[in-house]
Design a protein around this ligand. Structure first.
Ligand code: NAP
Length: 284
């Protein structure tokens, strides 16, 4: 029986088991395949992955805080993984570990229209921002990166061949009209609603400047809409929330392991039925 899992620490909050098991059921694979959550502390990651790769597992998703380690343990990292420097999908076979980063194609698949030629602003410079900036640039977008700590945005931009928002003008709100696509890849938005304005202030975004010409993607998801998503909707922007990106990255992983076309609607229903807690994002 092929086994799959998501490895992280902590992992109890993860929606992936509910989502992936729903997909396996819909595909008629539930009696054959299974997907579970494994809480693995950082020092145990490499040992655990080697044991799983030799013991009945077909592959694993990897989340906080192991995505960098997942790249480093891989025998066969994809070009995207090498560029981004992180992997979230490992596949085992022939005594080797292959690594993919499905956060990147997951983001692109979640967009209602292509990114080619679009001016995109990525907020953040952590693992999710690296995957988003790489994916958008690869899809033909012109990408700028803003981060609270400008040095990290500069480093990301250098590594991936995109542009940092200049530190001395690092106030995207003043120039928000320059961008058609805005992706929040920071961890801002995880706090429960109630401090209206605080998240947009942290992201230096002016809610009034979001309008119907913008497509806003918020990678952050929790049990309710983030402040950015609410503000973008109010302004008439087109919005993609973090749950849709979660579904699409999970679908891309499932496609790699099973070779089957993932049942997106069943996956969406599964995460709607499991509102879950906000995902922690200390590192990725
Ligand atoms: P990370 O590596 O820890 O990076 C966090 C980023 O957030 C950094 O750029 C950090 O800026 C910024 N940040 C944190 N607090 C801030 C604040 N108060 N004001 C302004 N910026 C702040 O995290 P990550 O792994 O990239 O993940 C980021 C988010 O994406 C998480 O919420 C994660 O759950 C989500 N995510 C979702 C999906 C999905 O499928 N929907 C996939 C991947 C990630 P500094 O550099 O200045 O510290």
């Amino acid at each position: 029986m092929p086994r799959l899992a998501v490895i992280g620490h902590p992992i109890a909050h993860s929606l992936s088991p509910a989502m992936q098991n729903a997909a396996l059921r819909e595909l008629g694979l539930a009696g054959e395949w299974s997907y579970e959550a494994l809480d693995v502390v950082p020092g145990e990651f490499a040992k655990t992955v080697r044991r799983l790769s030799q013991g009945g597992f077909t592959g694993v998703n990897v989340t906080i805080p192991h995505k960098r380690d997942a790249f480093e343990i891989a025998d066969d990292p994809s070009a995207a993984v090498r560029a981004i420097g992180a992997a979230n999908t490992l596949s085992f076979g022939g005594g080797r570990i292959a690594a993919e980063n499905t956060d990147a194609p997951g983001l692109i698949a979640a967009l209602p229209e292509g990114a080619d030629g679009r001016r995109a602003l990525v907020l953040g410079a952590g693992g999710a921002a690296r995957a988003a900036a790489w994916a958008l640039a690869d899809a033909g977008a012109e990408v700028w990166v803003w981060n609270r700590t400008p040095e990290r945005a500069e480093r990301l931009a250098r590594d991936l061949g995109v542009r940092p928002v200049e530190p001395d003008t690092s106030h995207p709100a003043t120039e928000i009209s320059r961008y058609e696509l805005i992706v929040n890849a920071t961890s801002v938005g995880l706090e429960p609603p109630g401090r209206e304005g605080a998240d947009l202030k942290a992201l230096r975004l002016d809610a009034d400047s979001l309008n119907e010409r913008h497509l806003v993607v918020d990678l952050v998801y929790g049990s309710s809409d983030t402040e950015l998503v609410r503000a973008a909707r109010r302004g008439g922007a087109n919005v993609v929330d973090g749950r849709e990106v979660l579904v699409q990255q999970g679908a891309a992983s499932l496609r790699i392991w099973t070779g089957r076309e993932p049942p997106l609607e069943a996956m969406r229903r599964a995460i709607q039925a499991n509102p879950g807690e906000p995902e922690p994002a200390d590192e990725r």
